[in-house]
Design a protein around this ligand. Sequence first.
Ligand code: GLP
Length: 273
Amino acid sequence: MRLIIKNNYKECAKWTADYIAGKIHSAAPTPEKPFVIGLPTGSTPLGVYERLIELNRKGLISFQNVITFNMDEYVGLDENHPQSYHYFMWQNFFSKIDIKKENVHILDGTTEDLQKECENYEKMIKEAGGIDLFLGGCGNDGHIAFNEPGSSLTSYTRMKTLTEDTIKANARFFDGDCTKVPKTALTVGIGTITDAKEVLIMMTGLAKADALQHAVEESVSQMWPVTILQMHKSALIITDDECTDKLRVGTVKYFKGIESKITDSFESIFSNK
Ligand code: GLP
């Protein structure tokens, strides 16, 4: 696992976006062989989306042959609900880039047969050739997508009940009112995420310090779903100094030392643009 530690959120977001742009660039996707990416919502990826929009507007990267699969969606919120993840994605990203509408996939939490919706989602991911890169955020309790603590580490897309902690954390998007937060969501499973060829999780800020400490220093555990990254062949966590608060000084030094010797190829293409 790579652990990239940047000074602050802004640097993390830029690095992540440039990294993704580099992956799309080197894959040189075509309609026959598109680049398939898994995407999150939440406040964490916002800066990444802003930077990707900028690179797209500057003509440095195109999403014409990119297929996306979002991680999750609340049950019961239709796509026009301002707190639905459909709305979030179109508002903050898709409407501002050159992606084709038919290449965007987001679970529908309003459909009658939710189980079929989940099964079909997995089928579509397979048909697209699997996910090349899954970008994710992480909850304060280590959840990824809506795979709450206790989720099966080999799960696939299904409906999950949100924990009280997640409902409280997400109430900030619902006028601070927990009663307005849906109690269930459709979510890709942990297996869906780890089946991706590469997984990149962004964790920034002090509130995620415990989750980062578990992800990097503790054992794999269903109670901290993000720890599953330790089992992945190509996993990367990008974080900021603040979030490393609970890591051992030696751990921070170790990963900073490794990264100081690595120059990623995308850096020469996008970093100064
Ligand atoms: C929600 C989403 C997750 C996201 C998490 C953290 O629970 N389902 O995908 O990673 O929130 O959100 P934020 O980035 O706002 O901290």
